[in-house]
Design a binder for this molecule. Sequence first.
Ligand SMILES: CC(C)(COP(=O)(O)OP(=O)(O)OC[C@H]1O[C@@H](n2cnc3c(N)ncnc32)[C@H](O)[C@@H]1OP(=O)(O)O)[C@@H](O)C(=O)NCCC(=O)NCCS
Length: 330
Amino acid sequence: MQNNLGRTEFKGLGFYVPEKVLTNFEIEQMVDTSDEWIYTRTGIKQRHIAAADQATSDLAAVAARRALEKSRLLPTDLDLIIVATATPDTQMPACACLVQQKIGAKNAVAFDIAAACSGFIYGLSVADAYIKSKAYQNVLLIGAETFSRIINWHDRSTCILFGDGAGAALLQYGNGSSGIFNTFLGADGAGAELLTIPAGGSRLPADRESVEKSLHFLQMNGREVYKVAASGMAKAILSALDHAGFTLEDVDFIIPHQANVRIIESLIQKLKIAPEKVFLNLARYGNTSAASIPIALCEAVEDHKVNKGNLVVLVSFGAGLTWGASVIRW
Ligand SMILES: CC(C)(COP(=O)(O)OP(=O)(O)OC[C@H]1O[C@@H](n2cnc3c(N)ncnc32)[C@H](O)[C@@H]1OP(=O)(O)O)[C@@H](O)C(=O)NCCC(=O)NCCS
C-alpha cells in the first residue's frame, strides 16, 4: 500500500564477520566431503567462524558500532535495539540487552526476535511499525549469528552450510520517497520439524542423554527444506510487491537470503528475473542465517550494486517455517 505520510528509512549499515576463515578444503579434513561436492551443491567456498571468546553479542556489537558510525549517531541516541538471532549468547537474557550494554546504548529498549533465517525481515516489519507509530525514533536492527556453536561438526549434511557473522541497520522515520514500502511475512509451523534444535528448550531440557545423542545441535531435512524454499521466497516477493503497488518489472535489485546458490537459481528461474539483478555472496560467508540479508545489503550498497532511487527487494526463508520479503526504495 502506498503511504504518503512518510516511511522508515535506512540511515546507516554495518557488518562484521570474524577473522577466522574455514575453507571447504579444511572441512575435507573434518568429515567425509569434498570442496567439489560442497561448491557444486551449495555455491559455498568458505565461511567465517567466531573465535573461542566471541559469542553472538560480540559480533553484533561490532556491526552495531559500524552502523552507528555510518549514521553519525551516538549509542545514547538509540531508542530501541532489536537483535534477530537463533543463536543468542544465552537463553536469558536477550542478546539485544547484552549488545545494549556492550555499545553503551543506555537509553535503548532491547529485545530479540526468533524467526531464524527470516529474523531480519521479521525485525524490519517490527521496527517499521514502531517507527511509523512514533513509539521509537532511532531503531537499530541487527541480524547476528554464531551457527558454528549449534552445528554438529560430525554431520556432513549440515556443517558445510553455515557461517558466523552480524549485520546491522539504523532505521529512522523519513519524509522522503525512499524507505520501506511494504514487508510481507509468512509462517507455517507444520514445517517446524524440518529445521530444528530438538534439545535445550522446555520440551527436552539438557541432560546427559540429550547431550550424548547430540540433540542440542541443529538438525535439518535438507531435501524437504530445499523443495519449499524457492517457491516460498517467490511467493513472498510477489505478495510484497503486490501490496506495495509494484510489479517485478519495477524491481532493480533483489537480495535473497544466502542459503544455497541452487535455491537462488531456482528462484531466478521461477520469477524469470535477470541473474545480474540478484545479489550473491554466499561463496565467501555460507549461510549466516539472520545475518545473511543485512551483510549482503551492506556489501551491495558498498559495491554500488544498490544505488539511490533503486527499488530493492529483500527476501528470506528459514526455520519455523518462516518467510518474508520487504520492498524498499533506496
Ligand atoms: C543440504 C543439501 C546441500 C544437500 O544436497 P542434496 O542434493 O539434497 O543431497 P542429499 O541430501 O540428497 O544427499 C545426496 C547424497 O550426498 C551425501 N552427502 C550429504 N552431505 C554431503 C557432503 N557434505 N559431502 C558429500 N556427500 C554428502 C548424502 O549422504 C547422500 O548420499 P547417498 O545418496 O549415498 O545417501 C541440500 O539439500 C540443501 O541445500 N538443502 C537446503 C538446506 C538449506 O539451505 N537450509 C537452510 C535454509 S534457511
